[in-house]
Design a protein. Sequence first.
Length: 193
Amino acid sequence: MTFTLARAAEYQRLFADCVVLPTRRREVERTVSRIALSVSRYQAVSEGIGVPWFVVGVIHALEASLDWSTHLHNGDKLTARTVRVPKGRPRDGEPPFEWEDSASDALLLHELDAVPEWTIARACYELERFNGWGYRRHGIPSPYLWSGSQHYMSGKYVADGLWSATAVSQQIGGAVLIKQALAAGMETGLTDA
């Protein structure tokens, strides 16, 4: 799936309409605050690659529950190469890995260094691409982006490739985190256009 004007418009529309569910507001605020506490650590990885620091923080929240002892790729422990998809990362170096080295590997593996401009719509696209397009096959907005908002109710991959129509993601989606950060006046490194 490529990033097209139509896809950008879809993300822009969903983002503009996105409302945090009242039952999830405190959790969203806490997660954004926790990401903000580590801005310097995210910037240390992001600046050399050209990815906004807040996007790195969002991926860290979604893939690793903000746990510094795990790979940004998928939350596997840094004491070994990744076991789950993507398997065997990072290819270079020997475990245990430093979080920053593994995080850089994850961002480069997903070619986030090649993104020409980091708009909100492009960030939504790249986050969905990072996680995979499977939710579109089931006709639901990806919880990776929209969980915690009115755009997502149920349907979840409960393991790699294993779908459940009734499971509900308990994570807060990346677009919801970005929306809250912007509402709080945080400088995310993302532009509107």
